[in-house]
Design a binder for this molecule. Structure first.
Ligand code: GLY
Length: 379
């Protein structure tokens, strides 16, 4: 949509888009069909296609490539994205390591391909992933189960970003079953994970026999009753997307409620989110990826509200994007990755603490293309 930006904001968008094109052109030449996650010493050395084909972020690089292809028409982005999609077939074949994050993995690869090119093999991959996600549905508790092993009754806020795969599957298969599951899951998340003050839990454990609330344990945030900023951003964007697909205004109100909470918190740290809004003052640990995702969610909300309400969300997104650009973006085309100071989890499990993480770059690109009115809805 046309966000009707001021001249200054338009200039900033044009400048950052020019930098993105230079950066992404150099990156795709270096990276090609590798599957990047976190750079080491400024280069993507690890290839997740070799070390962990099931890793939940493996769709973000093709997602960046499809956004770039859509915006520029340059074939090299398409070629690399198609190559990654092919490599992800090994995850379908292996199956054992897959879980709720099949949405993140295949919306950005196969489904994006199908949406932009009509490739029928890609459509099949997308529907296959949707069936895997639908297969995780618990019809007694009315939720999509997170993770594997002993997590029978677990739901997580992240999954709000996976269920667009089900809405898409209903559209292309002309079968409402998938969207019924998506809506049931969104309703359960709405009822069990949102808190009255506008924040949300990361994880909620439900009784798998009936969906009753059991507990909300600590997840990737500081503590069980804290508020992990990326989880808040998943809620903003995820509920906005459920509204986009279903038209149920409760979801838009939920997205707005968490957005107001997020904006109030991020305004007290110069518009870069800390990894948890309710962690102790020290140590200060940022999670720029939460800001990038929230910015996209805010811009999605802006599409669905009246013209007089829109500025709150558009300006909120711009404040976050500009602050992150100024403080944490690396525009050197010789260096892999753009947005520094992403953090996977408060306690740094897995070594993803204060580093560039691939999905921070994905959401930056999506946000800039949204502001340019050159994006396509990948979710
Ligand atoms: N699994 C999604 C996240 O770490 O945010």
């Amino acid at each position: 949509m046309d966000y009707k930006l001021s001249k200054d904001n338009q200039t900033w968008v044009n400048e950052i888009w020019a930098k993105l094109q230079t950066k992404m052109s150099a990156e795709v030449d270096r990276i090609g069909v590798k599957i990047p996650y976190i750079p080491e010493g400024g280069q993507y050395k690890e290839d997740k296609g070799e070390t962990d084909i099931y890793w939940w972020t493996n769709g973000f690089w093709p997602g960046m490539l499809w956004q770039m292809y859509h915006a520029t028409g340059e074939e090299k982005y398409k070629t690399a994205a198609e190559g990654v999609e092919l490599r992800l077939d090994a995850a379908f074949d292996g199956y054992e390591g897959l879980h709720h994050d099949v949405g993140f993995m295949w919306l950005h690869s196969a489904v994006a391909n199908y949406r932009l090119t009509g490739n029928t093999r890609s459509k099949t991959r997308g529907l296959h992933a949707a069936n895997l996600l639908a297969g995780r549905y618990n019809p007694r508790g009315k939720f999509i189960r997170a993770w594997n092993d002993n997590c029978t009754g677990w739901i997580i806020i992240d999954c709000m970003m996976n269920i667009p795969l089900l809405y898409w599957a209903s559209e292309v298969s002309e079968d409402p079953r998938f969207s019924y599951i998506a809506k049931d899951h969104a309703d359960t998340t709405f009822n069990k994970a949102l808190r009255p003050d506008g924040s949300c839990h990361h994880i909620v454990v439900l009784d798998p026999k009936n969906g009753d609330f059991v507990e909300a344990p600590e997840g990737q945030g500081y503590a069980s009753d804290s508020s992990w900023s990326r989880g808040q951003s998943w809620a903003i964007y995820g509920f906005a997307l459920s509204y986009h697909y279903s038209g149920d205004s409760r979801y838009l109100d939920a997205a707005k409620q968490v957005a107001h909470y997020f904006l109030a918190n991020v305004s007290s740290s110069d518009y870069v989110p800390k990894v948890d809004f309710r962690a102790p003052e020290e140590p200060v640990c940022w999670d720029t990826t939460a800001g990038m995702c929230a910015a996209c969610g805010l811009l999605e909300i802006a599409k669905h509200v009246g013209v007089n309400e829109r500025a709150l969300y558009v300006n909120g997104a711009l404040n976050i994007l500009k602050a992150t650009d100024q403080r944490f973006c690396n525009w050197d085309p010789e260096i892999d990755s753009i947005v520094d100071n992403g953090t996977g989890s408060y306690h740094g499990r897995g070594g993803d603490y204060a580093v560039p993480i691939i999905y921070g770059d994905y959401f930056l690109i999506e946000a800039v293309l949204r502001l340019k009115n050159s994006d396509f809805l990948i979710w």
